[in-house]
Design a protein around this ligand. Structure first.
Ligand code: C2E
Ligand code: CA
Ligand code: CA
Length: 547
């Protein structure tokens, strides 16, 4: 037998159909247990591939390959069919029908919008009640727009599927995702926790918080390996756990045997679990809210705003890290977030807070902060904050604030603006006409000298047509000049040549230099035209003759 190894992506492509037919691809089931009662509440179906030649394959390797090869839909529908077949076996043989979660890849809905129709066909074929099936989606399914995933979610909900948010908190904007995607259960992977469980922080006096709006969704803890983890989750009100502590994923026969040992207990969705949340819990360092806040949302803080005074009540570790500079949490908490801003930014920030109070929506602003730390000294950082009102009591308002450090982006942008300015000034002195051409929009912005001496407006659309029409670029070179702009759009880095300009056909050296964006697409071209003497009307170098 050959050595065990990973299949290459070509092998995965080639062997897929045979693996399906030959039973090398199959499904394992991992029980989900209520840690309080010891009963089973459900199970997750996990795909397995055991190659006869190279041995068991890791889903983390072959799933992305199947996604790339456009085979994932077939694989996922195979899993769904296996699950339905198992459930129908349970029904017919008197086993309990525990709800089984099936993973949906985001690619299942990308190219083929019929995912829901396909699983429905299979479900009906086996006559399985929809309450026995759950679909796990990830935050990644919203990549490339919310519209598609939202419509798929709506369709599934209409039919009655329970939808779970898998791997919650592994993405960047977890909080927004919960706001945007209407899921019924959240799965937290204990392996994503950074730092110890239980955690620090949260010594602040309780206040009225309605943050629980986005928490009123039951939670399953996944990847639970130790009794301590399970106990901790139980202590904060999360009873449902899935992980090696209770069971590894099991082949069908094993799973059936195991599930006979457990009583079955239906899991509540919505309400129930987190029903009795009160504001105090949010400030309690050992609450579910604190766990989520510290570990499963991006860089975030809670601010209060009262009579023009802004105070920071709670920050998570990611927030502190995002600010960088090695500042510590205590320093952040003793200062108002606006202390480090200049007058103008502070006013803008307050305006944004007021706007957020009025609109009830998320509002954004960008502010510069002077930050100092023992190791790095003083520096300026630019922060983009998105502010959302989460509660109010009398004159006091509470905000959830997500931040991003955009200093590097900002500096890059500012230096670009600066270099453009220099470029324009230099062209003034050099007897050069200069302009910028935006390749995608075909907009041209001329230098002051072009405007002054050639009478051009500050912005020309559909460039170069207006200057051809006006005769600045005469008819005989019009096509050549148009061709240049096509080449710029195709990514030409530099263009240069002598062109006769104006009615007088004065020879100019016309140049373009292209700038590319971070994806390597041509984005802007800098044009210049400098009069060249010593060339005659036929654009040949004059021979110097003695007169
Ligand atoms: P996932 O959906 O987050 O699945 C949970 C993973 O955690 C499984 O890995 C499971 O074996 C593992 N796990 C469960 N409890 C523990 C624990 O206590 N400790 C540790 N260290 N691991 C634990 P697996 O089976 O390797 O699957 C990996 C990923 O592959 C899944 O992550 C899922 O994203 C994907 N996947 C698996 N089956 C399917 C499928 O049928 N369709 C699709 N589209 N993706 C699948
Ligand atoms: Ca999953
Ligand atoms: Ca997971």
């Amino acid at each position: 037998m050959a050595d065990k190894r990973k299949l290459t992506s070509d092998e995965i492509r080639e062997r897929f159909q045979e693996a399906l037919n030959g039973g090398h691809i199959y499904v394992c089931y991992q029980p989900q247990i209520n840690h309080m009662t010891g009963r089973m509440t459900g199970a997750e179906a996990l795909m397995r591939w055991d190659d006869p030649e190279y041995g068991p394959q890791n889903p983390a390797d072959f799933i992305p390959c199947l996604e790339e090869a456009d085979l994932i839909l077939r694989a996922d529908l195979f899993v769904f069919r296996e699950v339905c077949s198992l459930l129908s076996y349970c029904r017919d043989s008197g086993h309990a029908m525990v709800p089984i979660s099936v993973n949906m890849s985001r690619y299942d809905i990308y190219n083929n919008h019929r995912y829901v129709e396909e699983i429905e066909k299979i479900r009906h074929e086996y006559g399985i009640p929809v309450s026995c099936l759950r679909i796990e989606i990830t935050e990644g399914s919203a990549i490339g727009g919310l519209e598609l995933i939202t419509s798929v979610l709506d369709k599934m909900h209409e039919i009655g599927y329970i939808v779970e948010m898998d791997d919650f908190g592994s993405g960047y904007s977890s909080l927004n995702i919960l706001k945007d995607l209407d899921v019924d259960i959240i799965k937290l992977d204990m392996r994503f926790l950074d730092g110890e469980i239980g955690g620090r922080g949260g010594t602040i006096i309780s206040s009225m918080v309605q943050m629980t709006k986005w928490l009123q969704t039951p939670v399953i803890a996944e990847g639970v390996e130790t009794p301590e983890q399970a106990d901790y989750m139980r202590s904060i009100g999360c009873y449902n756990v899935q992980g090696f502590l209770y069971s590894k994923p099991l082949i069908k026969e094993e799973f059936l045997k195991q599930s006979e040992k457990y009583d079955f207990e239906p899991q509540n969705t919505r309400a129930g679990l987190l029903d009795d949340i009160d504001a105090g819990k949010f400030w309690n360092p050992d609450s579910m809210e604190t766990l989520l806040f510290n570990n499963f949302v991006g860089p975030a803080a809670i601010y209060s705003y009262e009579n023009g005074k802004i105070e920071m009540l709670k920050v998570n570790r990611k927030y502190v890290n995002e600010i960088g500079m090695n500042v510590n949490e205590d320093i952040l908490l003793t200062k108002s977030p606006v202390d480090s801003m200049n007058e103008r930014d502070r006013a803008a920030y307050e305006e944004t807070l007021k706007k957020a109070i009025e609109s009830g929506e998320e509002e954004e602003c960008e502010t510069w902060h002077e930050v100092s730390s023992k190791c790095c000294g003083d520096d300026m950082v630019c922060i983009r904050s998105s502010l959302r009102l989460i509660g109010s009591a009398g004159e006091q308002y509470l905000f959830f604030v997500g931040i991003r450090n955009i200093t590097a982006e900002k500096i890059r942008f500012d230096s670009l603006v600066e270099s453009e300015k220099k470029f324009r000034m230099a062209s003034e002195q050099n007897n050069t006409f200069a302009w910028e051409y935006e390749i995608q929009t075909k907009r041209m912005r001329p230098c002051a000298r072009c405007m002054r001496e050639l009478g051009l407006p500050a912005l020309l659309e559909n460039y170069p047509e207006p200057v051809i029409e006006s005769g600045l670029f005469p008819a005989e070179i019009a096509d050549k000049y148009r061709e240049w702009h096509r080449r710029l759009a195709e990514g030409e880095k530099q263009l240069a040549g002598i062109m006769p300009l104006t009615e007088d056909r004065i020879p100019f050296m016309v140049r373009y230099t292209t700038e590319f964006d971070e994806n390597g697409r041509p984005y802007k071209a800098y044009g210049s035209a400098t009069e060249v003497r010593g060339y005659d009307m036929n654009w040949q170098k004059k021979t110097v003759t003695a007169e």
